[in-house]
Ligand binder design. Structure first.
Ligand code: DAT
Ligand code: MG
Length: 148
């Protein structure tokens, strides 16, 4: 089983989309392994987006991420990294299909509601950054009804 890092960005929190977003991952059959409601500092946001530090939009991206509380989560499941990205939809909301989170709830690339790790390796890095204390070991009783 794989884990991914998912974050509801400040616009998603402000717009009251927390429940809807969590519900989509839950109903799919993924397991919530860790969650925190947190406003991060500039240096932390810069570390999270370090790979994008040279991009022209980096400053605005960091301002946006630190502008209010976010919901940071770890979700576990089969192929959850790639499937999570499909649930989220394309980075640019006008390219995100209806039925995806960004396709349904976002308009602008700089207000695209949610983050999800883009690969297993980045998921490991992001989970370690956001949850240095570790995640829950719980196992869902639903498991045999979702996985063969
Ligand atoms: P994703 O969040 O889909 O993994 P990314 O890692 O390429 O996309 O970029 C991180 C975030 O940066 C993205 O969610 C929104 C913002 N961003 C990306 N490209 C942008 C652009 N051309 N202009 C403004 N913001 C951008
Ligand atoms: Mg990314």
């Amino acid at each position: 089983m794989e884990s991914t890092f998912i974050m509801i960005k400040p616009d998603g929190v402000q717009r009251g989309l927390i429940g809807e977003i969590i519900s989509r991952f839950e109903k799919k059959g993924f397991y919530l392994k860790a969650m925190k409601f947190i406003t991060v500092e500039r240096s932390f946001a810069e570390k999270h987006y370090a790979d994008l530090a040279t991009k022209p939009f980096f400053g605005g991206l960091v301002e946006y991420i630190i502008s209010g509380p976010v919901v940071a989560m770890v979700w576990e499941g089969k192929d959850v990294v790639a499937t999570g990205r499909r649930i989220i939809g394309a980075t640019r909301p006008w390219e995100a299909l209806p039925g995806t989170i960004r396709g349904d709830y976002a308009v602008e690339v700089g207000r695209n509601v949610i983050h999800g790790s883009d690969a297993v390796e980045s998921a490991h890095k992001e989970i370690a950054l956001w949850f240095p204390e570790g995640v829950s070991e719980w196992k869902s009783q639903m498991h045999p009804w979702i996985y063969e």
